[in-house]
Design a protein around this ligand. Structure first.
Ligand SMILES: [Zn+2]
Length: 221
């Protein structure tokens, strides 16, 4: 043990052996949390430096300014380093016509079991990107989709099932109802169930991402 010679600032006398031991004990007790905090900060800095790559684990989000945000892979890394665990609770709400909304609640816990917070995210197949698709003309001859183009005026106009787009080469007159009566543009997907998985994943992603970011912000403050 390091030998200390400490004098009492009031009496000018050297501290008694007992008082000295108490004093050193007090410092040692305090020194533990300080060392732990340093260690934790050190771990975060080490993770940031050695593991976190800009653009992969953290980065700017388009439309959200210059502020760097923690991305999902980064959140996962931090959770791993601090041994945080997450409990996921999924709720499925029937929206009619086979459409569903997925609500995901994620609760983050410390290794001690202490709950650090919860986040909720949702996604529904009624959101336009899952509900609609952009439809082109379908070839009445070969059944191919997205292969029909306008024929050039100098070649007589009309419609062509374009070979270079994988079409069969069939030609159709201007005004042909088999082409022109087709419902094109924004059409509903035939089967919302095709998007259940994607939607659930998106809901989970949103939740997880919000949660881990919020918790880490708290931790770093
Ligand atoms: Zn065709």
């Amino acid at each position: 043990m390091m030998h200390l010679n400490i004098t009492n600032h009031k009496t000018g006398k050297a501290m008694s052996e007992q008082a000295l031991q108490q004093f050193q004990g007090g410092i040692t007790d305090m020194a533990v949390p300080v060392a732990q905090i340093r260690q934790q900060v050190g771990i975060i800095q080490q993770v940031m430096k050695e593991v976190m790559k800009p653009g992969e684990h953290y980065g700017t989000i388009p439309g959200c300014g210059d502020k760097r945000s923690l991305l999902k892979p980064g959140a996962e890394k931090i959770m791993m380093v601090f041994r945080l665990s997450n409990d996921t609770d999924v709720q499925v709400i029937d929206m009619g016509n086979e459409h569903k909304e997925f609500r995901v609640k994620v609760t983050l816990s410390a290794p001690s079991g202490q709950k650090l917070g919860a986040g909720v995210g949702s996604c529904s197949t009624l959101e336009s990107k899952y509900r609609y698709r952009k439809a082109g003309h379908k070839c009445p001859e070969c059944g191919a989709e997205e292969t029909i183009i306008r024929g050039k005026k100098e070649y007589g106009g009309g419609w062509i099932c374009f070979g270079r787009k994988g079409g069969c080469g069939s030609k159709f007159e201007d005004g042909d109802p088999r082409i022109e009566n087709q419902n094109i543009g924004r059409v509903e997907h035939d089967n919302p169930a095709d998007y259940y998985n994607t939607c659930l994943k998106m809901a989970g992603k949103a939740t997880f991402y919000t949660k881990a970011s919020v918790t880490e912000e708290k931790r770093w403050r």
